[in-house]
Write a protein that binds this ligand. Sequence first.
Ligand SMILES: [Zn+2]
Length: 82
Amino acid sequence: MTTCPKCGEEITSLRNYIPAQVCYDVQYNAKNDMLDYYKDGQTDPDDDGDYECPECNQILCLDADAAKKILKGERGGDIDGS
Ligand SMILES: [Zn+2]
């Protein structure tokens, strides 16, 4: 367990928001006269996204290494640098 460098709340996890493009395969279902959607989404492997505090929703860092440091309670991983 560690504390959020922004709000000071104790946190055990971060929220990782990753930009993603989601694609659906759309097929006509003659039996039900409706469309069936099959999801085929993927995230950008080069973008770690934002790591945010689940308590204050502020962005704490932008990559997995920094997120690991924050969750281990080490400073220097947050977005303000240092
Ligand atoms: Zn916070």
